[in-house]
Design a protein around this ligand. Structure first.
Ligand code: FES
Length: 162
């Protein structure tokens, strides 16, 4: 299926802007941006969407699949309105990342890779987010970071999302 049938004109314009940053024969360099833009519009990436992006960028579908499935920022299935990704890599783990994750699990009533019954929250385990100095950290919808995740900081963040 054509990408024109799957995404809005605005998303296509954004993808074209990313593609234009690279030499014509290097359009594959825009694959992460294209996947990100598609996900912002569609919330998760379907096989059709990934294939259409590959065709649009003139790359093999497998190359786009590899990127989409390697990075945990990409959603390969529906997620809640707020996807909370808790970093559990070493510096965060040593600073209480798992304790914070347990607090979140209890508070939301879900485990990792689960979505709350009301469809509001999905909890994910994530890799280092390059913010080890603020450990433990979590990301909301891949963009908004919560530093030093004490129970109070988590409560504050969740209250903002309610
Ligand atoms: S280990 Fe968590 S941000 Fe680096």
């Amino acid at each position: 299926m054509s990408l024109h049938n799957l995404l809005s004109a605005d998303s296509l314009k954004q993808i074209d802007r990313e593609v234009a940053k690279y030499p014509a024969e290097q359009s594959r360099s825009a694959v992460m941006s294209a996947l990100r833009i598609a996900q912002v519009e569609k919330q998760f990436l379907t096989n059709d969407l990934i294939e259409a992006i590959a065709i649009y960028l003139h790359i093999a579908p497998m190359m786009a699949y590899e990127v989409a499935t390697f990075y945990n920022m990409f959603n390969m299935k529906p997620v809640g309105k707020y996807k909370i990704t808790v970093c559990t890599n070493l510096p965060c783990a040593l600073s209480g990342g798992y304790t914070s994750a347990d607090y979140l699990k209890k508070k939301l009533g879900i485990g990792f890779n689960e979505t709350s019954a009301d469809g509001k929250f999905t909890l994910k385990e994530g890799e280092c987010m390059g913010a080890c100095g603020y450990a433990p950290v979590m990301l909301v919808n891949n963009h908004s970071m919560c530093n030093h995740m004490t129970p109070e900081a988590i409560d504050k963040k969740l209250a903002e999302l309610e």
